[in-house]
Design a protein around this ligand. Structure first.
Ligand code: HEC
Length: 398
């Protein structure tokens, strides 16, 4: 039970930190794009952009300096802990849910059977290996052309998504692509944006000239982060939508939705600088509609996920019958429920291997929290719950 509480607190914190990070990031982009020519007396002080706002019962005056103030003020806000806190809590949540619970959440024997330790190593290798490749690419001549680099990013993301779906469960794959993108974004703050700001502050303090290169490098990374915001938020909420990560071409669904959402972000970026291109929103909406139609299309070829790699725990026909009676109308490859037409959370209980894979969570939801079957739709009795409890203690947690 307490494990769920820990998960709740980490997730809660993670969401709050994420809101603070992306909120600050959206705010500064908006700020930058709404700066106007300042009056002459401000220009004389070295201010290049002027902005007035009213919020929460007060007026705010913001000034952006061309280079820097004459002196670094005593209190200077940096906006970096939002990013670090989001990343740290996200990693913690990944470890808590997907690595400590690797057997249930990360490994799907129907995709690839493996030991928990192998899956965790692959997961970490995926995230940090991906970060490494991205960092190399940013430092290569590729980064000189925005167009080429965009092509690279799309290919890189597609390959990562494809690779993840070859290794992990549907949810595990999506969350790993999300973790990779989040790591790249936090890495951009940590490895590039903050160090170049440090140089900037140092130069102003020492009254040294400012190298435009620092700003340019940081700018490129902020632009990447900006386009990644919508895709990463999609990945973070995708776990609620099994039709995406359970699709036979789930990697392609991921790439398509990420691409369309980045395209929609482009609309807002242009709009901030005064260019309104409704065609982007329209094509984006049409793109999303096509994705929805494609994903919802019934699969002609049934996906092969039934696993017969004999689990070591002997088959218990009574338990299997209980699953069929009470669970598989929702938790199945082919659900018969009127509402849940795709297995919730991708959790299927069609065969014994799947029941064993999920045994601890089944016991938890049926015997401890007693909130499965969902709303007790299939009317499971106390005696039937007790059977699951007894079996769990005898066969699984001996
Ligand atoms: C009417 C549909 C429905 C039925 C029937 C149903 N479930 Fe669920 N199940 C859901 C939904 C929706 C979720 C996701 C939301 C949630 O976790 O509460 C879910 C989630 C779960 C989870 C959560 C996995 C996790 O990571 O915590 C488990 C375990 C589970 N169900 C087991 C069962 C078992 C065992 C049965 C049969 C005794 C069952 N369910 C019957 C709809 C159903």
């Amino acid at each position: 039970m307490w494990a769920d509480w820990v998960a709740l607190f980490i997730r809660w914190f993670h969401v709050i930190a994420g809101i603070a990070w992306i909120g600050a990031s959206f705010y500064f982009i908006w700020l930058d794009n709404n700066l106007r020519q300042p009056p002459q007396w401000k220009k004389d002080k070295g201010i290049k952009g002027d902005l007035w706002a009213v919020h929460g019962g007060g007026f705010y005056e913001v000034a952006k300096y061309e280079y820097g103030p004459e002196q670094i003020p005593k209190t200077l806000h940096w906006f970096k802990w939002e990013a670090y806190a989001t990343w740290l809590s996200g990693m913690l949540l990944l470890i808590w849910m997907y690595y400590l619970g690797a057997e249930a959440y990360l490994i799907d024997p129907g995709v690839k059977a493996m030991e928990a330790s192998t899956a965790i190593s692959l997961g970490l290798g995926f995230i940090f290996g991906g970060l490494f490749i991205y960092e190399i690419a940013c430092r290569s001549p590729l980064a000189k052309s925005a167009g080429l680099f965009a092509v690279f990013l799309v290919l890189f993301l597609s390959l990562s998504a494809w690779l993840a779906t070859q290794w992990f469960s549907g949810r595990g794959a999506y969350i790993h692509v999300g973790a990779l993108i989040g790591t790249i974004m936090a890495g951009n703050v940590f490895f590039t944006i903050i160090p170049s700001q440090r140089k900037l502050v140092q130069a102003v303090t020492d009254k040294e000239p400012i190298d435009p290169q620092w700003g340019a490098g940081a700018k490129l990374r902020s632009v990447h982060n900006n386009y990644l915001t919508l895709p990463i938020i999609f990945l973070m909420i995708s776990n609620h939508y099994p039709m995406t990560y359970q699709h036979p071409q789930s990697w392609l669904v991921l790439v398509a939705i990420a691409a369309v959402s980045a395209w929609i972000r482009h609309f807002f970026n242009l709009r901030h600088i005064g260019i309104v291109r409704p065609s982007i929103l329209i094509t984006g909406a049409i793109g999303m509609l096509f994705i929805a139609i494609w994903v919802s299309k019934p699969q002609t070829t049934p996906v092969q996920t039934s696993v017969e790699s004999a689990p070591t725990i002997p088959v218990n026909q009574d338990i299997m019958a209980l699953m069929q009676k009470h669970c598989s109308n929702c938790h199945s490859e082919t659900p018969s429920d009127d509402i849940f037409v795709v297995a919730p959370l991708g959790l299927k209980l069609d065969n014994w291997s799947q029941v064993i894979q999920w045994a601890p969570r089944i016991h938890h939801r049926v015997s401890v929290t007693k909130d499965m079957p969902f709303l007790n739709k299939t009317e499971m009795t106390e005696e039937e719950r007790q059977k699951i409890t007894d079996w769990y203690h005898e066969a699984i947690r001996k």
